[in-house]
Design a protein around this ligand. Sequence first.
Ligand SMILES: C[S@@+](CC[C@H](N)C(=O)[O-])C[C@H]1O[C@@H](n2cnc3c(N)ncnc32)[C@H](O)[C@@H]1O
Length: 217
Amino acid sequence: MAEKLYKESKVELSPLIAKHYDRIMNFISLGKYERFIQRAIADMEISESDHILDMGCGSGKNAALMAAYLGEDGRITGVDLSPVMEKQFKEKHAADERINFTRQRVDKPFDLEKQYDKVLISFVIHGFPHEVREAILKNAYHHLKPNGKLMILDFAEFSLQEMPWHHRFIFTTVECKYAFDYIERDWKSILQQFKLSPAPEKLYFRKYARLLTASKN
Ligand SMILES: C[S@@+](CC[C@H](N)C(=O)[O-])C[C@H]1O[C@@H](n2cnc3c(N)ncnc32)[C@H](O)[C@@H]1O
């Protein structure tokens, strides 16, 4: 397993959790996760010719859904630090030349020597200390074309204190302390500080999840 830099993070997955991550998400969402991801990816308004960078891409499940919107000129690059995710991603997309994978940390500066129309960060950025999230945003910004779109699919903004107790119980049991901080921040203002202009958000799962889109100025 790659070195775990943030001891309390729950997005730096163990090999066992990484292997079964998609099944686990479906189980804890009572089978609703699949449909939610399909809706969110439909809301990304992917064009046939889009080149998409998927930072913290996991097993390649999201890439498979995005690829359905691409034509032959479209491309997806998946980036993840997990060898277990790499194996699943490569097996899933071995036959599709439009999709490739790079093993890479996204929390340290990196350069793929390419800029993309869209950068997706799906259920990754909440799981880090805030200064690390800023490093991830810088990497995303660096890899966006002018007018390209950053798409953060993750938790929405809400208050732990105002959640019904049974939702709070599940959230605080499943999630790490970084996520508790993530949900309380004003992400549209944060993105503006990074010269990214937010568009109207899309909300899912009783408004606990959100697709936040912002254009590179
Ligand atoms: C919660 S999973 C989400 C996977 C996928 N994006 C999805 O929505 O299904 C978090 C993913 O981020 C990856 N990850 C965690 N820390 C990372 C880092 N520093 N650099 C790159 N990938 C990372 C994990 O290996 C895992 O695949």
